[in-house]
Ligand binder design. Structure first.
Ligand SMILES: [Zn+2]
Length: 436
């Protein structure tokens, strides 16, 4: 349980401190007082009577913000709970997550928002914010009472996992959400084009004899929602963008000044459908891993701002769920604990992306997209911070995973860069199990 009344005072000194808002990394020291950032000084050492945590050699950033997490509670506690999911988040450097509404019951009533909020206060290891459902039971037909959902604490709206097929319903949802100052997060895929699909439609799906989901399914849906954002003037956020064509559409929308933002997952940035030759069920995700060219275009898009942020789409499924024929396996992989390490290893170490830019994409930018707190290094804000050892090499072993589900294709992989832990309102939580 989080000790919300933690009152310790200390300096974290000598770290390379990243301020995502100014996109600068400098040696500095941060004073934590009563759970808040009390002072930031750009010098290696400080003269003080207070305890000093020597963080020389480490990188200190605001805690990461994940705006696309599936915590599975209530209803699917065999896959993940608020306790295990937030422990996984903290181990991955996250201090805030936004959880999706496809639980059982669906988050379409204020009482469910209140339940999750209360549970997170009891057992959470990071802040839990809530995206409530756009439509009743995620059914795509009847829009929910956004005023009451917002009053209960919801920060966004999404039928994630499902595309709202009825354009009139989506138009009304956008209008109503915009009126209440809530961003709609859309899971864009044409439901008919992706029916029974297993992987990306292309050379690999033909070779493996698996039914493919064409890139067009995603792009048709994105085009419709961009048009509806234009029609209504309401903010639209596109979840887990995965195709080059989708990036074209988003670029055009942004050029027109439309209120459209988008996210990409670590797996779509770093993996492609060629890996599926192994038929590893943990590589089955929705939207599917696309072609090599798509990943390259996604990387360009995070570099130049066409994509606003990185979100994990952490989607836990237990081993029994995944130990079935490929066609029967539910889509999704966990991602909270590996997002930073994977992107640091695959993109920052080889020089494809700056560390500061990666941190921006995981902190201030997702917070800006949903207009929520967190992800900034500011005096007076809660001391939600992540401590990173950028040089540490480590291997992801199954027993190190804190998520209740272990569905990741990355077990056994060597990473460069490791989250050492987070401060949540100044309270330290180690990311490394042996250290407790
Ligand atoms: Zn989704």
């Amino acid at each position: 349980m989080i000790d919300w009344k933690d009152k310790r005072e200390f300096w974290i000194s000598g770290a390379k401190v990243i301020d995502p808002e100014t996109a600068k990394m400098r040696t500095g020291s941060v004073l934590v007082q009563k759970g808040a950032i009390a002072e930031i000084v750009w010098q290696k050492a400080v003269e003080t009577e207070l305890p000093v945590l020597d963080a020389t050699g480490y990188v200190l950033t605001p805690g990461f913000v994940d705006i696309h997490t599936h915590l599975r509670e209530p209803g699917y506690e065999e896959k993940e709970t608020i306790a295990t999911g937030t422990a996984a988040a903290a181990a991955g450097g996250y201090t805030s997550v936004v959880c999706m509404a496809n639980t059982d019951p669906v988050v379409d009533e204020p009482s469910v928002v209140e339940f999750i909020t209360k549970r997170a206060q009891q057992v959470g290891r990071c802040r839990v914010l809530i995206a409530a459902a756009l439509t009743k039971g995620l059914g795509g037909e009847v829009i929910n009472e956004y005023f009451y959902l917002k009053s209960a604490g919801a920060v966004a709206l999404s039928d994630d996992g499902k595309f709202v097929t009825n354009s009139q319903v989506m138009r009304a949802a956008l209008e109503y959400a915009g009126f209440h100052g809530l961003t709609v997060i859309s899971h864009c895929e044409d439901a008919f084009l992706v029916e029974n699909s297993q992987i990306h439609e292309g050379y690999v799906s033909t070779r493996l004899g698996l039914k493919g989901a064409p890139a067009a399914a995603e792009e048709i849906a994105i085009y419709r929602d961009i048009r509806l954002a234009q029609l209504t003037g309401s903010p639209l956020h596109i979840a887990h963008v995965s195709t080059a064509g989708a990036i074209d559409l988003i670029r055009k929308a942004k050029r027109k000044g439309l209120p459209v933002t988008a996210e990409v997952t670590p797996h779509h940035l770093t993996m492609n459908d060629e890996l599926l030759e192994t038929y590893d069920r943990n590589l089955k995700v929705n939207p599917p891993l696309r072609g090599k060219r798509d990943s390259a275009v996604l990387l360009d898009a995070i570099r130049d701002g066409a994509i606003d942020c990185i979100a994990t789409d952490h989607a836990p499924h237990n081993e029994i769920d995944k130990q079935v024929e490929f066609d029967m396996a539910p889509p999704g992989m966990i991602g909270l604990e590996t997002a930073f390490a994977q992107l640091h290893t695959e993109l920052v170490v080889p020089g494809k992306l700056d560390l500061v830019d990666l941190v921006r994409l995981m902190t201030v930018r997702p917070a800006e997209v949903l207009r929520i707190q967190g992800g900034r290094l500011r005096k007076g804000e809660p001391a939600d911070l992540a401590l990173i050892d950028p040089g540490e090499e480590w291997v992801l072993e199954k027993h190190l995973i804190r998520s209740k589900s272990k569905n990741t294709p990355l077990i056994g992989k060597t990473f460069t860069g490791r989250i050492r832990g987070v401060f949540l309102e100044g309270k330290w939580q180690s990311a490394i199990l042996e250290e407790g």
